[in-house]
Design a protein around this ligand. Sequence first.
Ligand SMILES: Nc1ncnc2c1ncn2[C@@H]1O[C@H](COP(=O)(O)OP(=O)(O)OP(=O)(O)O)[C@@H](O)[C@H]1O
Ligand SMILES: [Zn+2]
Length: 710
Amino acid sequence: MTLKPTIVQVVIDKPLAQGFDYLWDAEKLGKLPEIGNVVSVPFARSKVIALVIKVSNHSDYEISKLKSVESLAPLPVFDPALLRLMNFASQYYVHALGETILPVIPQMWKKADDWEKILEKLKAAEKQSKKKLADVTEGLITLDQLNSEQKIALDQLLSDGEKENQFRAILLQGQTGSGKTAVFLNWLASTLKEEDAQVLLLVPEINLTPQLERQVSAYFPDKKMAVLHSGISEKKRGVAWYEAMTGKAQIILGTRLAALTPIPNLRVIVVDEEHDPSYKQQDGTRYSARDLAIWRAHDQKIPILLSSATPSLETWLAAKSGRYENIRLDQRAQGASLPCVHLINTRDPQNQFSPGDVGASKQKSLITKTLANAITKTLAEKKQSLILINRRGYAPVLSCTACNWLSKCTQCSTYTVMHKAGALSKRSVLNCHHCGLVKSIPQFCPDCGNADLKTLGHGTQKLEDAIEEMWPQARVLRVDTDSSRKSKGAEALFKEIHDGNVDIVVGTQMIAKGHDYQNIGLVAVLDADSRLYSADFRAAERLFAQLVQVAGRAGRSGTQGEAGGDIYIETQYPESPVFQYLLRHDVDGFLAFTAKEREEAKLPPYSYQALIHAEGKSLDQAIQFLNELKTRIKTKGLITKELKVYDPVPKPVMRVAGAERAQLLIESGNRKLLQETLEIIDQELRQDSTGRISKTSRIRWLVERDPIAI
Ligand SMILES: Nc1ncnc2c1ncn2[C@@H]1O[C@H](COP(=O)(O)OP(=O)(O)OP(=O)(O)O)[C@@H](O)[C@H]1O
Ligand SMILES: [Zn+2]
């Protein structure tokens, strides 16, 4: 009797639903692989890495035609809990298992030829570096330094600590600057007492990791931390990932991709700034890292803490209904009151410079007189000012004064933004923020030959110029993705602010989040209105959160009773609910108001949504593709009272890099029904597609669950 060959089934990083069978050559590769092993296999004339999902003696294919596995990675298996999470994510987000799971493997581990070499290097490095004790104390608030509110919060967190093996979701809702970090880090300490316990700490932004990293080292000097985000080198990321999956690192700190890291001894998850839209992945498998983290905690029967000053409506409602525990911090940790909110009505002439004002200039038209006076006062008090405008570059568009020509992108349905000489190029250029196109600035209007071209509107660069001109003695720093690329990165810029080397900061929302600045007296927001009335029903919720967050950067270090700084918002619509709730610092009021609106309109979280994206050479084709899909859904009897399918529409930015894009919105109050429908749609679309490209119309399609921008 001949021995049956071993067949391993693997998934690869392709939008293909099925697994692929390979032979296992035990003589060459040694012991049998297990489910969750990473291997390298030949695929379509190249070599790819793959994950083992099944080991058996059976294949539906002709065995003699099967190829063999090339090599086995010297990595531990993906733990079963992670595989469950991946299976869930693949199903929920209607993406193939392979294309969901393989992207989590860092690039360093994707080169099979280097595996052994990498491992040797890692082992050598490990022997050499005996544990270095960190000696930072930055941001360390010990147990006995916690204020009474924090102590109560910590006690609440610990009180259920005895209940092992239980899922708990906790919303830690605290004012900006209330010391939420100190509460959850002290809480993690109780878990980390256990020798091999691992904890996962998620932050929304790369820029927030260094600050938290230093704090974590201050709290846990003898624990190993693995930091995972897209801003670190491939090598560092590969090592950190390895340390997480082998259990060598006890603390895993990272951005959304870290939520999908194999962590075999995971005991607790913390999601900081849980409301932040950055937790949503916007390409590939479009998952929400926060939602997957909650699923993971539930599945692994461990606690998860969601922390925010401005919780998402979803989380806030869950806490209100008692599904999540709710712990609150209502005071600022260092005793100051919350910043005072000032709404500057830009339609009121009293707030504007008049031509007669001393030195009134073109520059001064960029900000109101009221704000300028407040900045002058803040400078005199030796405090810093933070001015926020969510538009990088010099001006959003260049125009011709004679024929009204506008600088449009040739590839996209957008305008090219004028950038002055700097990070992008040595000369001033026009740059498209959607496709990256860079063009030199025309000397004459391309349409009529007129030499008088002028910019419309303003971005961070123009504002920086204006501020420098208005306060020549002040030290001005611009913080946006351009300026952080030019200098030594964002961290260096933030350090300048923290060290007090700057008087006025001009920046995009990059400066608004999470940072624990100590000397900001004034915060100003210039372009709130542009986000007030938007087609996206979440725009107001997002704007409100952002305003509370940016306001929260002011006056953090003030002591008991001291005023907590000022925030000035320039707006034409001071009566709008977003601003009115902000005026009263009434986060709960705003959320309750928003909940009511959404409930009446049957919008999420009172219903569930999905988008089918389609892109092709022309908008007509994309729309037609979606219309045909809608007809197919209808013929199948899937459109019911419970499931609504809208008409396809062009995307907000219809054309990007030459591709024209449309979308189809599907909505249902029944989550399960939506899931089933999406699975059928996926199957339908796959039938006549190669991967995700339709064979007949060449339209590229994608299913997105729980979209955050419609
Ligand atoms: N018990 C305490 N005594 C003194 N200072 C404290 C205490 N707890 C926290 N702090 C300090 O208060 C500041 C704010 O804390 P932290 O950054 O944790 O706030 P937060 O709640 O996360 O705010 P945000 O939501 O705005 O990020 C920090 O500088 C922190 O060191
Ligand atoms: Zn473009």
